[in-house]
Ligand binder design. Structure first.
Ligand SMILES: C[S@@+](CC[C@H](N)C(=O)[O-])C[C@H]1O[C@@H](n2cnc3c(N)ncnc32)[C@H](O)[C@@H]1O
Length: 315
């Protein structure tokens, strides 16, 4: 896949020859600017090796002082001071704002951990975007369908009770910034009957602002009709000033996925959504506390943003 445009974030880019140094160049079909994959990275045109930049950034993320980071990376304190400024003001995902109370979980990595513990460790009102794809039996439990012989890999996953989902939603409400967004994956049953049981009685500040139907382009299972789609609810907090910039995302989104988890979600849709609400915020942090096959991590990487997430089974 071609990289998205670093200027307007459009995904409509095409290859556009090579630079003098034989680096692949791209052209954006939307804003018509040309660029290479590393144009907006802080390490662009640096005389130091990229590995030293990443090491330095990791030191900062882990909370080392400038002096300590400089020593670890074998650079002078002056260079470290200069790099820190560049990272802070760069249009790059390298700089990570600290949202954890204690530095326990790795950013931009898979963490095998309980999602509630990860959320509990996040500072109030610090997160820009949360994706939540809870694990539950929904219709199967309501209708008391046994499915011992069907979807065995799904049943084997740790299931969340309504109480646990409510705990997740309360924590998400606490950690999201006032203008943050929650993208909540739900099944058709909850879409029809509502998510009242998840929200009733909780003093949450979310309201639903839109839904997207993901057309999986594939005929799935079903007890009556065969499933070809899943649903995403878009929620934000009351009175949040809207900063949704991309108005070209259709409410029915066709995307085939390569599954690396029984519930893998569409990477490109999630990438577009991340950019739609963080176009003016390259340092935005995306949280996924039940990440499964980490499709949100991949989407976040492709969007050039930062990720913090975990799964109790996968890491
Ligand atoms: C629906 S799947 C997520 C799929 C993911 N969105 C993807 O694209 O691959 C839900 C995941 O929640 C995980 N899970 C269940 N209870 C959890 C908990 N307490 N903390 C973290 N993850 C949990 C399950 O292991 C499962 O992988």
């Amino acid at each position: 896949m071609n990289p998205s445009c670093p200027y307007c974030f459009s995904n409509e880019t095409t290859k556009n020859g090579f630079s003098k140094n034989n680096v692949q160049r791209y052209r954006c079909n939307n804003c018509h600017k040309s660029f290479c994959a590393n144009t907006t990275k802080v390490e662009f045109r640096s005389r130091k090796d990229n590995a030293i930049w990443y090491k330095f950034n990791n030191c900062l993320a882990k909370g080392f002082t400038l002096k300590e980071s400089a020593k670890i990376c074998g650079i002078s304190v002056n260079t470290a001071t200069d790099w820190k400024k560049k990272i802070k003001f760069s249009n790059s995902s390298t700089y990570i704002s600290q949202i954890q109370k204690e530095k326990i979980y790795q950013y931009n990595e898979k963490n095998k951990a309980d999602g509630l513990a990860l959320l509990d460790n996040i500072i109030d009102n610090s997160v820009d975007i949360v994706f939540f794809d809870p694990q539950y039996r929904g219709l199967l439990d309501k209708m008391k369908y046994g499915n011992q012989n069907r979807q065995i890999d799904r049943i084997a996953l740790p299931q969340m009770t309504t109480e646990i989902i409510r705990d997740f939603l309360s924590q998400i409400d606490r950690v999201l910034k006032k203008d943050g967004y929650l993208f909540l994956w739900i099944d058709r049953f909850h879409l029809c009957e509502g998510i009242g049981a998840w929200l009733n009685g909780l003093d949450l500040n979310f309201h639903t602002v839109d839904t997207i139907t993901w057309d999986k382009q594939k005929l799935g299972m079903g007890y009556r009709t065969r499933k070809t789609a899943e649903n995403l609810m878009i929620l934000c907090r009351h009175n949040a000033p809207t900063h949704w910039t991309d108005h070209s995302i259709p409410d029915i989104w066709p995307e085939k996925v390569k599954k690396n988890h029984p519930h893998s979600k569409p990477v490109e849709l999630q990438r577009r959504l991340i950019l739609a609400v963080s176009q003016d915020n390259p340092n935005a942090i995306v949280v996924d506390p039940a990440a499964g096959g980490y499709s949100v991590l991949e989407a976040t990487r492709l969007a050039g943003r930062n990720f913090l997430g975990c799964d109790v089974e996968f890491g």
